[in-house]
Ligand binder design. Structure first.
Ligand SMILES: [Zn+2]
Length: 317
C-alpha cells in the first residue's frame, strides 16, 4: 500500500472527518449488513493503524479550535467519528482506538440507549431478510410495487427501494410503511436477529465518556430525520436527545450530528435550535473534506466502507 502524496500547500490541507457506524466480528446472515455499515474488525484495525502512522489524529474539539483560529490544519488532519450508538462501538471499536491512543467522537441516538429497540432502517432490513415470502406488494406513496424477494439480490433491491422511499417520506407515512411491512412479512425485527443491531447500554456510554480520548455527542432520539418533523416535535427531539445525554453523562453536551445528514435532512432553523441548546459542532454526512474556516454546522465527512466508499488515505486493496 502506498500513501497518497499530498503536495498541496498548507493552506489547502483539508480536515478529513471519517464517518463510521459500526465495527463487526460476526458473519452476516443473509443480506444483513449488505451496505457495509459495520466494517470488519480487522479492516478497522488496519485503517486505524494507518491513521496512527501517517495522519494527524485530532479530537473534534482540537480540530475545531484550529479551524476557528484561522491556522492551517496539520498534514493529514483526521477526526474519527461514529454515528448511531451501536453496542459494537464499545465492544469492538473503542478498544482498538484506546490501544492506538486515537481520539474519537461518538454521536448517539440517545432514546435508544439501553433499550432493545432497533433502527427503522434495520427493521426494514431484518423484515425482508428473514421473511419466507417470495414477493411483496407494498404501498409506497402513489406507487404499489410488487417486489420480488426470491434471491439476495432481489431482497437488497427491495430494501433499497423501501428505505429510499421512507427517507423522504413524512414520519407518519414512514411508520405506516413499516407497520405494513412487518404485518406482511410476519417477521418481528428484534435485536436478537443480528448482533450488529444492538445499542449501547448506559454503563457503556458512561465508560466511554469517562475516557479522555472519547467525546459523546447527540444524534436525535430515535433517528428521525429532523427536517421531516413538525417544528415543535423537532425542538422537543433536540431538547430530549441532548438532555438525556447530559443527564446520563453528568455534564453539558456540545457535540451533535444530524440523522441521515444529507443536505435536505437539516436546515438553518435546525442549526439555530442546536446552537441555542449549547451545540458547537455538528457535522453532516455530505461526502467530502473540509478546508480551513469551514462552518462547524456544515462539515463534510467520508463514510468509510459504506457502499464500498474507500478509506481516503490509501487505495483500497
Ligand atoms: Zn445515523
Amino acid at each position: 500500500m502506498t500513501p497518497h502524496i499530498v503536495t498541496d500547500p498548507p493552506h489547502l490541507r483539508p480536515l478529513t472527518i471519517l464517518l463510521y457506524h459500526g465495527v463487526t466480528a460476526s458473519r452476516p446472515h443473509g443480506i444483513e449488513n449488505h451496505s457495509g455499515k459495520h466494517i470488519q474488525v480487522a479492516t478497522f484495525h488496519e485503517q486505524m493503524t494507518l491513521v496512527k502512522q501517517h495522519c494527524t489524529p485530532l479530537s473534534m474539539d482540537e480540530a475545531m479550535a484550529i479551524n476557528q483560529s484561522g491556522a492551517d490544519f496539520p498534514r493529514h488532519a483526521v477526526v474519527i467519528s461514529f454515528d448511531d450508538g451501536f453496542r459494537n462501538n464499545y465492544t469492538l471499536a473503542a478498544p482498538i482506538l484506546a490501544e492506538l491512543g486515537l481520539p474519537a467522537v461518538f454521536y448517539l441516538t440517545s432514546g435508544m440507549i439501553h433499550t432493545d429497540m432497533i433502527f427503522w432502517v434495520d427493521r426494514i432490513e431484518a423484515a425482508i431478510n428473514h421473511t419466507r415470502l417470495t414477493h411483496l406488494t407494498i404501498p409506497l406513496g402513489d406507487a404499489h410495487p410488487t417486489l420480488p424477494l426470491a434471491t439476495s439480490a432481489e431482497k437488497i433491491q427491495a430494501v433499497t427501494r423501501i428505505k429510499s422511499f421512507c427517507k423522504q417520506a413524512p414520519q407518519a407515512e414512514r411508520d405506516q410503511v413499516l407497520a405494513t411491512l412487518i404485518a406482511q412479512t410476519q417477521v418481528d425485527p428484534s435485536a436478537d436477529l443480528a448482533e450488529n443491531y444492538r445499542m449501547l447500554t448506559w454503563p457503556q456510554v458512561k465508560a466511554m465518556d469517562a475516557d479522555p480520548l472519547f467525546t459523546i455527542g447527540g444524534h436525535s432520539l430515535y433517528h428521525d430525520v429532523l427536517s421531516s418533523l413538525p417544528h415543535a416535535r423537532m425542538l422537543a427531539d433536540l431538547d430530549l436527545s441532548i438532555g438525556l445525554l447530559a443527564y446520563g453523562c453528568g455534564h453539558p453536551i456540545h457535540h451533535y450530528s444530524y440523522p441521515e445528514g444529507q443536505a435536505n435532512h437539516y436546515n438553518a432553523t435546525i442549526v439555530e435550535a442546536l446552537q441555542q441548546r449549547g451545540i458547537r459542532y455538528c457535522p453532516s454526512a455530505i461526502h467530502g473534506v473540509n478546508p480551513k474556516g469551514s462552518d462547524p454546522f456544515h462539515l463534510r465527512r467520508i463514510m468509510v466502507g459504506f457502499q464500498e466508499i474507500p478509506f481516503p488515505f490509501f487505495p483500497s486493496e
